[in-house]
Design a protein around this ligand. Structure first.
Ligand SMILES: [Zn+2]
Length: 288
């Protein structure tokens, strides 16, 4: 097993976190904690051995989660694919684990940002997982194809245009394989779509249960471990910050109550751990 993959079991399911590569986020304190009060932020970062003036970049992994249920081979997220030179390693890394892209029968997309759907298609623009049913929430598709309004985001006009362009380019080629579902849907036996709106309108979390063992994929509802302690600090790319904060509290409460293993896409690889109570809130306990 390489540094690019991490195997674990959840009940009867065999799971592997498989990386697509990584990418830097510059000025992470401002991007990740957009509304934080500076003095409070400095104090919290210090508790995490981070100095606000020195913290210039955060290198985020882009890991997919493969779930082998026995009946299905489910992949959650496809990474950034060919959109960046440092990504696009998902398929070689899956092959290294003995999984051909043709063997994936279900691909779940938490939302339509480039780092989560870039690997939907191959270098010829065709579906990278030709036999898969791709699943996303209907509300997400409707947003990107009917009302992709990114006006509330404090990012450049060209970045907004690029995000919308990527959503269209990575979703249109898979539309014949796409299954648009509502929150609460059991996607395959033991795997459920959970509505987690705010980061985007149709953002989805994924709940996985096997033999009473539980896992919760939180997508981009929280993107840094500090968000678990400070769920009120939203990120620059959250479309509806107030809704994100409500969604986060619900997910954190659920993860802590269920004692679910959590997979957090942007946390340090492999992004697995537990949400444990701390005072009135929670903290992250990494699995390794
Ligand atoms: Zn993301």
């Amino acid at each position: 097993m390489s540094k690019e993959s991490f195997r674990f079991r959840l009940g009867a399911f065999k799971c592997i976190v498989v990386n697509d590569g990584s990418s830097p986020y510059y000025d992470p304190a401002t991007v990740f904690f957009a509304n934080a009060h500076k003095e409070q932020l400095k104090k919290v970062l210090k508790e995490h051995q981070l100095d606000i003036s020195q913290w210039k970049e955060y290198i985020s992994p882009y890991p997919s989660l493969l779930i082998k249920t026995g009946q299905h081979q489910v992949l959650v997220e496809t990474g950034e694919g060919n959109l960046e030179p440092t990504t696009g390693k998902l398929i070689p890394n899956l092959r290294a684990e003995g999984i051909a892209p043709e063997a994936i029968d279900t691909v779940i997309l938490t939302h339509a940002h480039p780092d989560h759907i870039g690997g939907n298609i191959n270098s010829e623009g065709r579906p990278a997982f030709p036999n898969a049913r791709y699943v996303m929430l209907k509300a997400e598709w409707d947003f990107w194809f009917h009302t992709p309004n990114l006006e509330t985001l404090d990012i450049s006009k060209s970045d907004k245009e690029l995000i919308i362009k990527c959503a269209h380019e990575c979703l249109l080629p898979i539309r014949d394989q796409l299954d648009l579902v509502d929150p609460g849907k059991e996607i395959v036996s033991g795997v459920w779509a959970v509505g987690a709106p705010g980061h985007t309108p149709g953002h989805m979390a994924v709940s996985v249960v096997s033999n009473s063992k539980r896992l919760l994929c939180i997508g981009d509802a929280l993107i840094h471990p500090i968000h678990i302690e400070q769920p009120q600090w939203f990120i620059k790319y959250d479309l509806a910050p107030e809704q994100v904060i409500t969604t986060r509290r619900q997910l954190l409460e659920r993860a802590a109550t269920e004692k679910a293993l959590v997979h957090a896409f942007h946390f340090p690889f492999p992004g697995l751990g537990y949400v444990v109570p701390k005072g009135d809130g929670w903290r992250w306990q990494s699995m390794r």
